[in-house]
Design a protein around this ligand. Structure first.
Ligand code: CO8
Length: 374
């Protein structure tokens, strides 16, 4: 086995933030307008009035207080309620390419490496803005990297699945230094008119540099990847039917199922125990005990869910030190979430400390990465 290190991380945070208060005000203005426009049918009992959203509910049920987005105005405009992201010409860099380059540059700088040192780029996220040419190949060109690149999608688990792909490529000898990038524009596929989910997501991009020991001159301070473990179980509880065949049925082309939807409560109940047992078994297989684990960087979907997972893992209520939270300000950024937490809360760990990066989401899919700080 070749030793593999995570040598750098990068984060691109979009320029605009929307608070729960702003989001709920706009949603409730839209609800009032809708109910007013459909007053006759509502009074005749032919139509149910829409219910307002609430800041208190959002914070209590999810822990989210605000989120960053690529466009704020379009989302809050009740005549629109989706981001305004104008299409660009073929010769211009795509939005996902721009965010990826920003995050990748920071990861490279942190690792003390340049594009010339990298030989593969994996773009791993929930939504790609086009099917081809692969956005990863555009990012590879924009950074000036030789070698190869590909896109992959495992929804919220894309980051850990991407890290495993990089780990395997290094073990197989097909690459020595791999950038794994997660450009998430979740606001593009979020139904801002849906009370159950309008508050859930935000936008961000993260990057990690994964390298073979043969190209790491000094491992001090870096995180060794001891191993990765993935798991998938089919479920329709988180689903989006958007795809290239939508245009082949005009009746349903733009229906709401072409956006994110979920049975949140079922997801909460079913996924929480699965994640705890995946991490427990993975840590054990690596010859480490949970009592030796200094920190878990969990997928950032729901604060209550993470509290329960961490409690189950450590056998007691945990501190922010042991399981840091970033979803309060970023919301759910899909695959980027656990990497944002890692990026922000990794530098204070001591040499010899163990940690676990874990993502989970649609599929269901789950990924665990056990790391040790050098
Ligand atoms: N304001 C006020 N009240 C509300 C609101 C609101 N906005 N929304 C719902 N309510 C009401 C409901 O009507 C219900 O009322 P009643 O009891 O009278 O029926 C009550 O509040 C409770 O509703 P829920 O049972 O739905 O509330 P929960 O406590 O379950 O909380 C959550 C909802 C926050 C969604 C929670 O279930 C949750 O977070 N679950 C986990 C979800 C999760 O982890 N999902 C991961 C998915 S992400 C993923 O995999 C990536 C996919 C791709 C992403 C990119 C696309 C954008």
């Amino acid at each position: 086995m070749v030793k593999v290190f995570l040598t750098g991380t990068g984060l691109y945070t979009p320029p605009h933030s929307i608070s729960n208060e702003e989001l709920v005000r706009s949603f409730n203005d839209w609800v009032a307008q809708y109910n007013d426009q459909h007053k006759t049918d509502i009074e005749a009992g032919k139509l149910e009035p829409l219910q307002p959203s609430s800041v208190e509910f959002i914070e209590k049920a999810s822990g989210i207080k605000s989120r960053y987005v690529m466009d704020k105005e379009g989302i809050l405009d009740i005549k629109r309620m989706m981001p305004y992201l104008p299409e660009r010409a073929d010769g211009e860099p795509s939005l996902q390419c721009e965010m990826s380059v920003e995050a990748a540059k920071e990861a490279l700088a942190q690792a003390g490496k340049t594009a010339a040192d990298v030989d593969a780029v994996i773009l791993a996220c929930s939504n790609f803005q086009r099917p081809y040419p692969a956005v990863s190949v555009e990012v590879q060109a924009a950074l000036g990297i030789e070698g190869f690149a590909y896109d992959m999608n495992v929804a919220c688990s894309s980051a850990t699945f991407g890290i495993q792909a990089a780990f395997n490529a290094i073990q197989a000898g097909s690459a020595k230094s791999v950038l794994v990038i997660n450009p998430e524009i979740c606001s593009g596929h979020l139904n801002f008119k849906d009370r159950d989910s309008h508050f859930i997501f935000g936008d961000a991009c993260t990057a990690v540099l994964i390298e073979s020991e043969s190209v790491v001159t000094d491992s001090k301070g870096h995180f060794e990847l001891l191993g990765t473990k993935l798991s998938t179980n089919y479920s329709n509880n988180i689903r989006n039917n958007f795809g290239f065949l939508n245009r082949c049925d005009e009746r349903t082309e733009f229906s709401n199922d072409k956006l994110f939807r979920q049975s949140g409560r079922k997801v909460f109940k079913e996924v929480t125990p699965k994640v705890a047992s995946l991490i427990q078994s993975h840590v054990h297989e690596q010859g480490v005990e949970m009592s030796d684990v200094a920190r878990v960087w969990l997928h950032q979907a729901n604060g209550n869910m993470n509290r329960l997972i961490a409690q189950k893992l450590f056998g007691k209520e945990v501190t922010d030190q042991q399981s840091p939270t970033i979803l309060d300000t970023y919301a759910n950024t899909s695959s980027a979430g656990s990497i944002i937490a890692f990026h922000k809360y990794k530098d204070d760990l001591n040499a010899g400390d163990f940690g676990v990066i874990c993502s989970f989401g649609a599929g269901y899919s789950m990924g665990s990465v056990v790391v040790k700080r050098h």
